[in-house]
Design a protein around this ligand. Structure first.
Ligand SMILES: Nc1ncnc2c1ncn2[C@@H]1O[C@H](COP(=O)(O)OP(=O)(O)OP(=O)(O)O)[C@@H](O)[C@H]1O
Ligand SMILES: NC(=O)c1ccc[n+]([C@@H]2O[C@H](CO)[C@@H](O)[C@H]2O)c1
Ligand SMILES: [Mg+2]
Length: 226
């Protein structure tokens, strides 16, 4: 069973933090970070507003990102080995790929490949504050957030919604731990539900969460009511 999970949403929503936690616990889990596909600085257009247009799809080499996803799809085991992910003997048939980034659901060739699309958001003030504490490879010039980053976020989110792309919104104001447990449980339940449809054991049934339910029981009770 192959499963591609998107951890998307706004800048500073907590995507990388959540992804790094999930990577530690999900079996046979590889990751592709969209930020690794930014074009070189001299290829980033300068807008009429005078800002380098970092937050548009054209600033990313999405063809290269897609090729990397296709390499995983054609041989996830080989991809895992090449990226230092050791395949777990109790979950040989389970392969998870996390795509992590701020424009995951705006590039048509990728949009239907996801099993689950998560979308982290925080309020404007929190986003602006978190961003002000960060230092990117190319530091934000004064005014970039209000002049470029936030308007582009709104534009792409509106387009995504207008195109009917289904996402699971996550409240980035929740604690890191709460988000981790919520998403971990959700992914594991959807994997277990798939395995009940006839696939082999994904090696997940022994986990128990704060709710006191094992994922197997949660998956079973969801099936009962389906
Ligand atoms: N749940 C959370 N609650 C409070 N702060 C958080 C939470 N998750 C992450 N942070 C903090 O918010 C900032 C942004 O987190 P992170 O780098 O994970 O976001 P991102 O969505 O990957 O951002 P970017 O746009 O840079 O890729 C970091 O300083 C991080 O420590
Ligand atoms: N990674 C980079 O090269 C880079 C350079 C300038 C700005 N950014 C910002 O990264 C965010 C996505 O994680 C976007 O909001 C970019 O503005 C990244
Ligand atoms: Mg990040």
């Amino acid at each position: 069973m192959k499963c591609i999970v998107g951890i998307g949403g706004m800048t500073n929503g907590g995507k990388t933090t959540l992804t790094n936690s999930l990577l530690k616990v999900l079996p046979n889990c590889c990751v592709i970070h969209q930020d690794d596909f930014f074009k070189p600085q001299d290829q980033i257009a300068v807008g009429e507003d005078g800002f380098k247009q970092w937050d548009v799809l054209e600033s990313l080499d999405m063809e290269a990102m897609l090729s990397t996803v296709q390499a995983w799809m054609s041989n996830p085991q080989k991809f895992a080995r090449a990226h230092g992910v050791s395949v777990r003997p109790d979950a040989l048939d389970t392969h998870i790929l996390i795509l992590e980034g701020f424009l995951l659901y705006s590039y048509k060739p990728l949009v239907d490949l996801y099993s689950r699309r998560y979308f982290l958001t925080v309020p404007y003030e929190e986003c602006k504050w978190r961003r002000s504490t960060r230092s990117y490879k190319v530091p934000d010039p004064p005014g970039l957030f209000d002049g470029h980053v936030w308007p582009m976020y709104q534009k792409y989110k509106q387009e995504m919604e207008a195109n009917g792309v289904e996402v699971v919104y996550l409240d980035g104001m929740k604690s890191r731990e709460e988000l981790f447990h919520q998403v971990r449980e959700d992914i594991q339940n959807s994997l277990l539900n798939h395995s009940y449809e006839g696939g082999p054991d994904p090696g997940l049934e022994r986990h128990t969460y704060n709710s006191g339910h094992s994922t197997a029981r949660l998956a079973a009770s969801q099936q009962d009511t389906a």
